[in-house]
Design a protein around this ligand. Structure first.
Ligand SMILES: [Zn+2]
Length: 367
């Protein structure tokens, strides 16, 4: 599979900071050159370095081209670079319609922001994922109102219980119907706000957004699948089992052939985020998603796409499984196998923590 389709994971802080640093240097250089050329020679500022360079640069014919090149470099740097500073806020103004009934607010690949979905039927609206904390949840609830709830009834489902997907739910109107799989409720009961506390410690804005955040209890619970008729459009909520989390929920908008895949198929590297996460189960989940033949996949993070999102994950997980098998046959224990696999694949998949987690799960499950 094309490894280049993977973005570094949002949690890869060091990587992001390195790219941010590189981005800032290039941007500063480009800004300096552009300002220098845009200013009439007589009024050009001459800080020590510019004063030193100016006479040498003045007659250099390639400089305008260099400026263009530097600007291009600054703009072409991966979007993630700029996001190291971005606040985890849902950008409600970015709302766009992607099919007859589905609207989304793209995350712009900002860490701790999900792709938010709104499925609009004649009688009801289903919201998929809330954003991090009540302030984001209120923004998303306002979008549902803008799209017609009320008078339409409002339903809410989350792709999994992690804070940026789920902990804005309390800001939704009291008559919103929260739908959860039984497995998702088990995740909440077992792990609660653990991850929210970790996120809150990472930055002041996270702490502020998550202040007082609580899980909203389910109004409707389901085991394997729940069908929801929104009026003119039917949606299937499917409990996917333990992939990224035990309570992963996929949302299949039947007529539109749009699949909200959660963290089960996306561009960023997969995260085995639960002690229940299973590599073999994850591969089976990808088969289930592929069988739906979605026209559009809206993952819970990163760009939307098609079957290549599923194929990307399949290639990654299959390679890890096969390498784990080979490592065990070569007599390696779990930790050594994970190190070998991370070493072999690290150049193509930059998040070594996630590689390690997947490798350990893969090894553990060998028969
Ligand atoms: Zn998650």
């Amino acid at each position: 599979m094309p490894a280049s389709t993977f973005h570094p994971a949002p949690t890869d802080f060091v990587h992001c900071m390195r790219r941010l640093h590189a981005s800032l240097l290039v941007t500063r250089f480009a800004t300096f050159l552009m300002a220098w050329f845009a200013t009439p020679p007589a009024t050009r500022l001459k800080p020590p370095l510019a004063a030193l360079l100016a006479p040498r640069l003045a007659g250099f014919p390639a400089l305008p081209a260099l400026t263009v090149f530097a600007t291009f470099c600054a703009l072409a740097l991966p979007a993630g670079a700029a996001h190291a500073q971005a606040e985890p806020l849902v950008q409600a103004q970015a709302l766009r319609q992607v099919s007859a009934h589905v609207h989304i607010v793209p995350d712009a690949s900002v860490p701790l922001v999900p792709n938010v979905g709104l499925v609009v039927g004649e009688r009801a609206i289903l919201v998929v994922d809330t954003g991090l904390g009540p302030r984001n949840g209120a923004q998303v609830a306002a979008l549902a109102q803008k799209l017609g709830a009320p008078p339409r009834a409002l339903y809410l489902v989350t792709t999994h219980f992690h804070p940026e997907h789920d902990l804005g739910a309390q800001a939704f109107p009291a008559d919103t119907k929260m739908i959860r799989s039984l497995e998702q409720q088990k995740d909440i009961a077992e792990f609660g706000l653990q991850l929210a506390k970790i996120f809150a410690q990472r930055s002041a804005i996270n702490a502020q957004l998550l202040e007082g955040a609580q899980f909203r209890p389910a109004d409707i619970s389901f085991d394997a699948e729940h069908r929801l008729d929104l009026g003119g459009v039917t949606v299937r909520l499917i409990a996917m089992g333990a992939n990224h989390t035990r309570g992963d929920t996929a949302i299949w908008v039947e007529g539109d052939r749009v699949l909200f895949s959660g963290d089960v198929a996306m561009r960023p590297q997969p995260a085995f985020a639960s002690p229940y996460s299973s590599l073999s189960h994850w591969l089976a989940s990808l088969d289930r998603m592929q069988a739906l033949q979605p026209a559009l996949i809206v993952p819970s993070h990163g760009p939307t796409g098609g079957a290549e999102l599923i194929e990307g994950y399949r290639g990654y997980l299959t390679e890890i499984r096969d390498r784990a098998q080979a490592a065990r046959q070569a007599g390696q224990g779990a930790d050594e196998a994970a190190r070998t696999i991370t070493e072999a694949m690290g150049a193509r998949y930059p998040d070594r923590g996630r590689l390690n987690g997947a490798a350990l799960a893969g090894y553990r499950e060998l028969k």
